[in-house]
Design a protein around this ligand. Structure first.
Ligand SMILES: [Mn+2]
Length: 264
């Protein structure tokens, strides 16, 4: 049987990524799926993109930083530094890198029990809604939608089953919701330091999607555990000097390497 392996937010830490791969027993027919935020912040996003586009068995989920990068490349430069964008645009295989990034998805339900996403899911989405969002969101990676998204995203923080801007806010950015109104809240802190008294982490709310669905996500490096019941956070904060985390899906074996980046 082929195995699936996951790795959390790499943020250009290519050297640490190679170290982690050395530890993971990935065979030729296995699949490796990265949980997004491949570049930005870290030292070598270009080497990472080069590596992934030249593999056949590697996919990624779109993270908030990947979407910001697509904005800058497909719409107009705004969020990333011009020096980094210039370096990327003049890199070998630039076109292939962008095509590859554009062809990735915001979420993947691998089967009944495994759903992959960068930031998280919204508790009121039922199974049918999840399938619809998985299907529909893949059509949203285009310049027109991405441009609009960054103009209006802050007006789309209230729950909606049918609003693509709310979907994307959830999939790439969610951390906390208001436990009464279920609005998305802007707060980066760990749960013990949350700023809003009514807030709960998105994965602590009772869910409309089925109870057997395990959700694997990244994005929240300040969480201090990997496993919260059926929710698994693989963002080890590598780019902040902590660790890079991988997981073998069938038996939940965890792999990790310490970051080569000095903590502030
Ligand atoms: Mn992120």
């Amino acid at each position: 049987m082929n195995n699936t392996f996951l790795i959390g937010d790499i943020h250009g830490c290519f050297e640490d990524f190679q170290q982690l791969l050395n530890q993971m027993p990935i065979q030729e027919n296995d699949k490796l799926i990265l949980l997004g935020d491949l570049c930005s912040k870290g030292p070598d996003g270009i080497a990472l993109l080069h590596w992934v586009i030249n593999q056949h068995h590697v996919e990624s989920i779109i993270g908030n930083h990947d979407l910001l990068l697509l904005h800058d490349l497909l719409v107009k430069p705004k969020f990333n530094s011009s020096a980094w964008l210039e370096q990327l645009k003049t890199a070998k295989q630039f076109d292939e890198m962008i095509d590859w990034l554009r062809s990735q998805s915001f979420m993947q339900q691998l089967d009944q029990h495994h759903c992959l996403v960068h930031a998280g899911l919204f508790c009121d989405w039922d199974d049918a809604t999840l399938s619809e969002i998985e299907h529909h969101s893949s059509t949203l990676i285009n310049p027109k939608f991405i441009k609009k998204h960054y103009e209006v995203m802050l007006d789309h923080l209230s729950p909606s089953q049918s609003d693509p801007h709310f979907w994307i806010n959830v999939l790439v950015n969610i951390r906390y919701i208001d436990q009464h109104t279920k609005h998305l809240l802007q707060d980066f802190n760990a749960p013990e330091h949350r700023t809003h008294p009514e807030s709960i982490p998105w994965f602590e709310a009772p869910t409309a999607y089925h109870q057997d669905l395990n959700v694997y996500f990244g994005h929240w490096s300040l969480l201090n555990k990997i496993q919260y019941g059926r929710f698994w956070c693989l963002d080890g904060g590598c780019v902040y000097g902590n660790q890079l985390i991988g997981l073998k899906l069938d038996d939940h074996t965890i792999y990790s390497v310490p970051s080569s980046i000095q903590k502030d």
